[in-house]
Write a protein that binds this ligand. Sequence first.
Ligand SMILES: C[S@@+](CC[C@H](N)C(=O)[O-])C[C@H]1O[C@@H](n2cnc3c(N)ncnc32)[C@H](O)[C@@H]1O
Length: 293
Amino acid sequence: MANPLIGVDKRLRAAARWESPPQRRCPPRGARPTGDGALPSRPAAACIARCPGVGMMMSTLRRRVEALWRERCMMTSRPSYDWHNAQEYIEALLPEDLRDLEAVGKVGANVPIQPTIGAGVAQLVDVLILAARPKRVLEIGTSAGYSAIAMGKALRQIGGKLTTIEIDPRLARAAGENIRDAGLDTVVEIVIDDANHVIDDMKGPFGLILQDGSKDDYLQMLPRLMDLLEPYGMLVTDDVLLPVMDLPDEARRYQYALSLYNDALQNHPGLQTVWLPVGDGVAVSVKAARAER
Ligand SMILES: C[S@@+](CC[C@H](N)C(=O)[O-])C[C@H]1O[C@@H](n2cnc3c(N)ncnc32)[C@H](O)[C@@H]1O
């Protein structure tokens, strides 16, 4: 956007000159009244820049143009915010039961604790479920059941069901107990197996799929998950911002895997995707061709 202040003085002078009637005359600087009390005069265009009245008018106009320009800049350039402050602020706005990671309940001794989707993504998926009202939801990667419990509560409200797949039997057992304790065992079914094989024999369609399994498997599972999605169904993928996160060296390969996966989402002709900076990043893709614009 061009700065309108560039050359403003010139334009104001030109405008003032244009508005001055041609016969208007101003007294020259230091002029004294003549014998009949009238001031000697000369053409306005010649003295306009020096005339005190016009000078004041120009500086007032200049200030007003500057104020308008600042206002316009405020509207068009995005005000910045601190990323971590924003995350903390959003977390504090989320429902209490999602913020409380104790909601996961038991994991059991010697069972490796897996990162959950976290409160922000749980709330996002719940909102999507309540809005889209899918009858069937599929989750890859149950862990101890945090996301399954969050989704199960939303699905109970709308009469939907969740199938969640977990490869580690210890985690699946812990999830089973947690889901029972939450009173959701009639809503959530756990399949204990490798999702890579299970999805091949699974019958669709699903209205929503949450991909939160092994990051190494995201890309290879995508075509089959597309088959399992109903038209306009949603594929929600967790951890999509790993490529831009500071991670230890041993996690570098996940960054590469996720960056390939994000490319695949971006270029998929049958998916419309939005990437959101919630938790470790979440992509929400709708099974739909790009709308005509
Ligand atoms: C990030 S955790 C899932 C967290 C869970 N969604 C939550 O929010 O509580 C990933 C899980 O995927 C499981 N997993 C990894 N590969 C899998 C596979 N091929 N099939 C099924 N589960 C798998 C892991 O055992 C782990 O529990």
